[in-house]
Design a protein. Structure first.
Length: 560
């Protein structure tokens, strides 16, 4: 009996120990997982994130103090090396952006002075790179450099221009890669300016007044700023080998193409006292002259329709943005900014068209802008070079047409594009997307009253923008929720560059009153073949149209 009791007690205690051990191991495993997630989250923090999370008294200032002390000690040597590096890299860029009124721009003297920059923030970036370390350092510099530009004008006048009172704040990205066994444990270091927060400078002619020559000061300052943007701003990076080796994989390379259709804007702020603004758009991924695109100007219009297509080369889809700025054309005077917007390229799924309306703000650095400055409508398509492995290349001639502009460029052309710095040697083959568009105007809902009796007699005018082909529905009397169910067929010669316009009007005996409109590109119906959807009326207090669209393609190919 005692043997049985002892056996039972032993089993119970043994099972209890096993259960306790299992629960302890599960708890430890969960704790390790949570710790790993926490560490990963901290690794993804930026300088700005760390400052928001940590109060100033808890910020790891000892690290920054240590860095700043050592940088101050070695600054004379850094100054010598950095001055020569800047002169070598920036001087050709100055020539590239040299304004037409100048014949040459060269450094006659360049030293960074005796005041070392100060680091004010630090973070380690988790970018999935296993054989390297990426660090971001926030830096502030109010230096005393000695920089003299030897400038010659077109009329032969020489101007020694001194660059003074430089004040700079920005975030630099440092990449230590690849990691190796021998000291200093990395083969090379890349650096670039990740984000420029402030760049102030003063120009002075040695022995004279630069303001005496109209336009010179602004032209030189603009050139310097453009050179800085182009030469060191991310994703541009300067590679410094530490241990001899091949580091060509670290250099800046195009990785894909972004196609942008600037469709339209609406409800823009009016910048003119008399009449309406004359808006045009400036678009870029990198803010340098050779890579910036400008749309045509639409005169006297706060709801402009552009329907223009642009292409941009992408070097880093994970960090780059598309920026759109809308200006009011003031003729001979400087254009006035109406508003701007941006979208991260990482938000665009490769190979898929993204249709977006972006809210315009006064400044891209502002987190909030309560004023309504209008919206801009874009269609976006990002295609990495050599698109394979899981999704179809919409540029491939062997596949059905899915890109915004249906421009055929083979994978070989894409590689040629990347290797030749943006020059495609091969012919560009375009597709004219021809077909029949069937538009069914089903109904409208919640239309705004258009007469004194609180009713309306609505009808819809359906037209194509390029061909001006037009049809209209019957009039639905005394109805704010009319049903038409009428279908109209349009022969479309160039579907990817045409637009469908639907305008709602109130029929009156002595005229007609405008009730709103919808403007649609044909991209979606060409991609999907057929769809049904509801669209809000622009320029109306309320109301929407219910439509059914169907595309019957008849593609014609041509070489150009």
């Amino acid at each position: 009996m005692s043997f049985v009791v002892g056996l039972v007690i032993g089993l119970v205690v043994g099972l209890g120990l096993i259960v306790a051990f299992v629960r302890s191991e599960n708890a430890r495993s969960k704790s390790r997982s949570q710790l790993a997630e926490t560490v990963a989250a901290f690794a993804r923090m930026t300088v700005e994130d760390s400052r928001k999370l940590l109060a100033p008294e808890y910020y790891p200032s000892w690290v920054l103090t240590w860095l700043n002390e050592h940088l101050t000690k070695i600054w004379p040597y850094v100054n010598e090396a950095a001055s020569e590096l800047i002169k070598t890299n920036v001087e050709p860029i100055l020539e590239q952006y040299r304004p037409i009124i100048l014949s040459s721009m060269k450094f006659s003297k360049l030293t960074l002075g005796t005041v070392a920059p100060q680091f004010t923030g630090i973070s380690i970036i988790e970018d999935g790179c296993k054989d390297g370390i990426t660090m971001e350092l926030e830096m502030q510099w109010d230096g005393n450099p000695s920089i003299i530009l030897d400038i010659k004008t077109r009329v032969g006048v020489g101007l020694p221009v001194q660059v003074k009172n430089i004040a700079f704040t920005g975030v630099f990205r440092l990449i230590f890669k690849p990691l190796v066994d021998e000291l200093p444990c990395f083969g090379a270091v890349c650096f670039s300016l990740r984000h420029k927060k402030k760049l102030d400078l003063t120009l002075k002619v040695v022995g004279g007044d630069i303001s005496a020559i109209p336009g010179i000061s602004d032209a030189i300052e603009t050139t310097i700023r453009d050179a800085v943007e182009d030469s060191i701003t991310w994703p541009v990076r300067i590679v410094i080998p530490i241990i001899p080796g091949d580091y060509s994989d670290l250099e800046l390379k195009p990785v894909g193409r972004l196609e942008v259709k600037l469709v339209q804007a609406k409800e823009l702020t009016n910048k003119d006292i008399i009449g309406k603004s004359d808006p045009y758009a400036v678009l870029y991924v990198r803010p340098i002259r050779s890579r910036t695109k400008t749309s045509k100007t639409i005169s006297n219009q706060l709801n402009p329709v552009w329907n223009e297509h642009f292409e941009f080369i992408v070097e880093d889809a994970s960090t780059q943005h598309l920026v759109v700025k809308i200006f009011d054309d003031e003729g001979l005077q400087a254009s006035e900014l109406i508003g701007c917007a941006q979208i991260r390229l990482s938000e665009i799924e490769p190979g898929k068209v993204k249709d977006v309306w972006l809210k315009l703000v006064k400044d891209l650095d502002l987190q909030r802008d309560n004023k309504n400055r209008g919206q801009v409508h874009l269609e976006l398509l990002y295609c990495p070079f050599g698109m394979k492995n899981g999704f179809a290349n919409p540029f491939s001639p062997e596949l059905s047409m899915t890109s915004l502009e249906k421009v055929f460029k083979s994978g070989e052309e894409d590689m040629d594009y990347a290797e030749n710095g943006g020059e495609v040697k091969n012919k560009r083959r375009e597709v004219i997307t021809r077909g029949v568009l069937a538009v069914t105007v089903i109904s409208a809902e919640d239309l705004a009253p258009a007469d004194v009796m609180g009713k309306a007699d609505p009808y819809v005018v359906v037209s194509m923008k390029k061909t001006a082909a037009k049809n209209k529905t019957r009039v639905s009397n005394d109805n704010l929720n009319p049903v038409w169910n009428q279908t109209f067929d349009f022969v479309v010669e160039d579907g990817l560059h045409d637009m469908l316009i639907l305008e709602v009007w109130d029929h009156d005996t002595f005229g007609k009153d405008y009730m709103g409109r919808c403007i649609l590109t044909l991209t979606r119906v060409i991609l999907e073949g057929e769809y049904k959807d509801s669209f809000q009326l622009d320029g109306a207090k309320s109301g929407k149209l219910n439509l059914h669209l169907k595309w019957m393609p008849q593609p014609i190919y041509r070489d150009s």
